[in-house]
Design a protein around this ligand. Structure first.
Ligand code: HEC
Length: 125
């Protein structure tokens, strides 16, 4: 009787083991299908721009700090501006302005730059 129970238990473990590996496999499938998807404007901003352009002109965000000086406090946070046009943002990102470095297409592709410029000029939406 004991032997049968052990056999049944190991059969159950084997089954649940199969379930687990199925879960792992479907997780990998999901990751694969996400890979080619475009990166959102929000993610691009977080990766490339936020460290200089987040709010806080307190020496932590050089972009915000510099714009507070050159454009005034009201214009310092680029996500809060309503005067920036997508073409201007793209121009600045590709060719730089003042102390701001440029970004090559290998860093931010043209379609990514479109999404990023839309995100910035839509006030971070
Ligand atoms: C290393 C810091 C740094 C990074 C990273 C950075 N910027 Fe800047 N950015 C600046 C500085 C500094 C200025 C102000 C230049 C000046 O006026 O002298 C600026 C200015 C700008 C302006 C001009 C605003 C105006 O009023 O003319 C835009 C638009 C801009 N940045 C967008 C971006 C975007 C989009 C990204 C991300 C791809 C980005 N920046 C990444 C530092 C940075």
């Amino acid at each position: 009787m004991k032997t049968i129970n052990v056999l049944m238990l190991s059969a159950l473990f084997a089954l649940s083991g199969c379930g687990d590996s199925d879960d792992v496999a479907s997780g990998l499938d999901a990751a694969d299908s996400m890979a080619p998807a475009a990166i959102s404007g929000a993610d691009l901003f977080a990766t490339h721009c936020a460290r200089c352009h987040n709010p806080g002109a307190d020496g932590v965000h050089p972009g915000t700090q510099q714009l507070a000086l050159t454009r005034g406090e009201e214009q310092a946070v680029i996500l809060q501006r309503d005067d920036l046009q997508p073409d201007y943002v793209k121009q600045v990102v590709r060719h730089g302005i003042g102390a701001m470095a440029t970004f090559r297409p290998t860093e931010i592709s043209d379609p990514e730059l479109d999404a990023l410029a839309r995100y910035v000029t839509d006030g971070g939406r």
